[in-house]
Design a protein around this ligand. Structure first.
Ligand code: GDP
Length: 360
């Protein structure tokens, strides 16, 4: 499943953020037959194109793409050694596709900090150290085994070299994700180990309004976690926002000098970090965004709607969102020659508006 695991030290605002995520649960409203796990929060990906498309097609409803977040409780110092929730924690985090780390920046004398003071750098290091130690354990087990297999020529020495390079990165205290480019890590040969720190990281800084309105402080914090993505939100504000209707929520955001809610940012950045994109379908019944990976072909995209669509794929009628909006209607887009017929090798572009033809 394409879920992003939320981790963080105790008292940084994880539950507050996660409550906002689950109360905002779009699955319950839009997909009545979907099972909703108690530890999963689903947010829709903001996409202003959908309303436009629904208008053109007179669609009765709009179904946006979604991003799911799993609450992974229990990281504390020593988690990699089995402290706290230990092994259960590691199993849950292994299943997530990316990791969102909540870091406390807000100051509040009434909320104690586990280490006695608010220090984003030290929090980040505490958590990353646990993940790094868990990965080192994985490598310490794998390396001798691969060494043996290389000796008896059952295995490529390149894989051993990749693992040793990864160990060097971890031993100096860096994550694999942040070192892929700088250390030219051979990810192809590391994939089977499912290393935790090889997952894409997003840093969620839980800040107060002083930092929300302070780009310089945000730039400092961004620097701290680069090249990973960072977002800034106030978890308490997010929890309040989900209680309001759309208009009230917009006013409250404006009052806080924000253009977009933290949950919307989280969905957008998460989507981007996971390497995803959307294509669109539209008709009188609904306008809908479908989630695919960058580089997916037309049959793979059809398979997201139904596996029969992929198996029986014949062709796709494709128009780019911009061309369709320029034309104002499907008929006009067709007469302008903007609707293309694409075959099974077509690589989908973000915002393609598509109708599939298939055999059943
Ligand atoms: P968790 O242990 O990481 O899940 O943290 P919680 O979400 O339970 O938050 C711990 C305490 O901090 C609670 O009393 C929250 O109300 C408070 N808190 C969470 N986010 C914020 C914030 O952005 N600002 C302030 N001042 N307090 C917050």
């Amino acid at each position: 499943a394409l879920t992003i695991g939320i981790v963080g030290l105790p008292n940084v605002g994880k539950s507050t953020l996660f409550n906002a995520l689950t109360r905002n649960n779009v699955l319950a409203a839009n997909y009545p037959f979907a099972t909703i796990e108690p530890n999963v929060g689903v947010v829709s990906l903001p996409d202003p194109r959908l309303a436009k498309l629904a208008e053109i097609h007179g669609s009765a409803r709009i179904l946006p793409a979604t991003v799911s977040f799993v609450d992974i409780a229990g990281i504390v110092k020593g988690a990699s050694e089995g402290e706290g929730l230990g092994n259960q924690f590691l199993a849950n985090i292994r299943e997530a596709e990316a990791i969102a780390q909540v870091i406390r920046v807000f100051d509040d004398p009434d909320v104690i900090h586990v280490d006695g003071k608010v220090d984003p750098r030290s929090d980040m290091e505490t958590i990353n150290t646990e993940l790094i130690l868990a990965d080192l354990q994985t490598l310490e087990k794998a390396i001798p085994r691969v060494e043996k297999e290389v000796k008896i020529k059952k295995r490529d020495a390149a894989q051993l070299a990749a693992m040793e390079a990864a160990r060097t990165v971890l031993e100096r205290g860096d994550t694999i994700f942040s070192s892929v480019a700088s250390d030219k890590l051979d990810m192809e040969h590391l994939r089977e180990l499912s290393l935790l720190t090889a997952k894409p990281f997003i840093y969620v800084f839980n800040v107060d309004d002083a930092v929300l309105g302070n780009p310089d402080r945000q730039a400092e914090l961004r620097e701290l976690v680069a090249p990973a993505d960072a977002i800034f939100l106030d978890a308490k504000l997010e929890a309040d926002l989900v209680e309001l209707d759309e208009e009230e929520a917009r006013e409250m955001l404006e009052m806080n000098g924000q253009e977009e809610s933290g949950l919307d940012q989280l969905a957008r950045v998460g989507f981007h970090t996971l390497g995803l994109q959307t294509y669109l379908t539209a008709g009188p019944k609904e306008t809908r965004a479908w989630t695919i990976r960058k580089g997916d072909t037309a049959p793979q995209a059809a398979g997201v709607i139904h596996s029969d669509f992929q198996r029986g794929f014949i062709k796709a009628e494709v128009v780019s969102f911009d061309d369709l909006v320029d034309a104002g209607s499907m008929a006009e887009a067709k007469s302008r020659g903007k609707v293309r017929i694409e075959g099974k090798d077509y690589v989908m572009a973000d915002g393609d508006v598509v109708e599939f033809r298939f055999n059943v």
